[in-house]
Design a protein around this ligand. Structure first.
Ligand code: ATR
Length: 279
């Protein structure tokens, strides 16, 4: 699968993901495949930790070049950074850290994953969107959509949370049931409905999905959720969570290396890992 072989030696640069749980992360396969493809002397590992502060100390001390950051470290890493960028401060979460001569720079690429994945299917500026959920994932998606000139309505089970977020990002808010009735160009699910114990369930009915032109689910396991199945049955454009995962990882790779990410290689590695998952 890998086109080049890279020797691990004294000059090898270390990257990784910090999170807990992290063993099921698909980031290592994507980034290592990209390093191999471009002949970059780098290795990317998964670090199972929720000790954010010491993970950052290790980064400075050992010269680790970059981290992907996931639950539960995304919010609490901000205070450890020397230079969080505007995306981190507005979203309130950091998913990517770069160590540049001992200074830790932070950014958030989750919003890029959402926006670019949609842009592959339609022009986004001036469109309307309904976002299901008002948690951390919703914040990144909403930031990206607003930045791209989309009119956003947040629909959440707890309507007060939707209202609070709507105030912050200048959107509209409603209960989750409103997503059945509102018409919009784009529908994005950021809730866990459709995965794990909620697998096989959908946050919007098959009838409700007809109100949208494009449907995206940030859930990537299973790759085709019930919501996306409804969308495809109705002939609507459907984007799964793997696409967003891929695009945000490509943006991370570019942030760290300054080189264009090899999309096809990373995509193939991701698909291979998914199809060979034993869990
Ligand atoms: P994340 O960081 O992944 O976004 P989160 O911050 O816990 O996770 O947010 C999860 C979102 O999914 C919340 O908006 C939550 O709704 P509430 O604010 O009402 O808790 C929503 N959510 C979780 N389980 C849900 C369910 N069974 N049905 C509908 N919405 C659900």
């Amino acid at each position: 699968m890998n086109e080049q072989t890279v020797t691990i030696d004294a000059a090898t640069c270390l990257y990784g993901i910090i999170g807990r749980p992290v063993r099921h992360s698909l980031s290592p396969v994507m980034h290592n495949a990209a390093f191999c493809r471009l002949g970059i002397n780098g290795v990317y590992l998964a670090f199972d930790t929720d000790d954010t502060a010491r993970a950052c100390m290790s980064m400075r001390c050992l010269g680790i070049k970059g981290y992907s950051v996931t639950i539960p470290n995304k919010e609490r890493i901000i205070s450890e950074l020397d230079e969080p960028d505007e995306t981190v401060l507005r979203i309130g979460a950091c998913n990517t850290v770069k160590n540049s001569a001992g200074r830790l720079f932070g950014t958030n690429t989750d919003w890029i994953g959402a926006v670019k994945a949609i842009e592959k299917k339609m022009d986004i500026a001036g469109k309307t969107a309904v976002i299901l959920g008002a948690g951390g994932s919703a914040r990144a998606v909403i930031y990206g959509l607003k930045k791209s000139g989309v009119d956003v309505t947040i629909c959440n089970r707890t309507v007060e949370k939707a209202e609070k977020l709507a105030k912050e990002f200048n959107c509209k808010a409603a209960g989750i049931g409103h997503a059945e009735k509102i018409r919009a160009d784009i529908l994005i699910n950021t809730t866990p409905v459709g995965m794990g114990s909620l697998s096989g369930t959908s946050p919007v009915s098959g009838q409700g999905v007809m109100n949208y032109g494009l449907v995206m689910d940030i859930v990537y396991s299973p790759p085709v959720t019930r919501l996306l199945q409804y969308a495809m049955n109705a002939g609507r454009a459907a984007i799964n969570g793997l696409e967003m995962l891929l695009v945000q990882a490509m943006a991370q790779f570019e942030y760290w290396t300054g080189r264009p990410a090899p999309e096809e290689t990373m995509k193939k590695a991701l698909e291979y890992a998914i199809s060979h998952e034993t869990h």
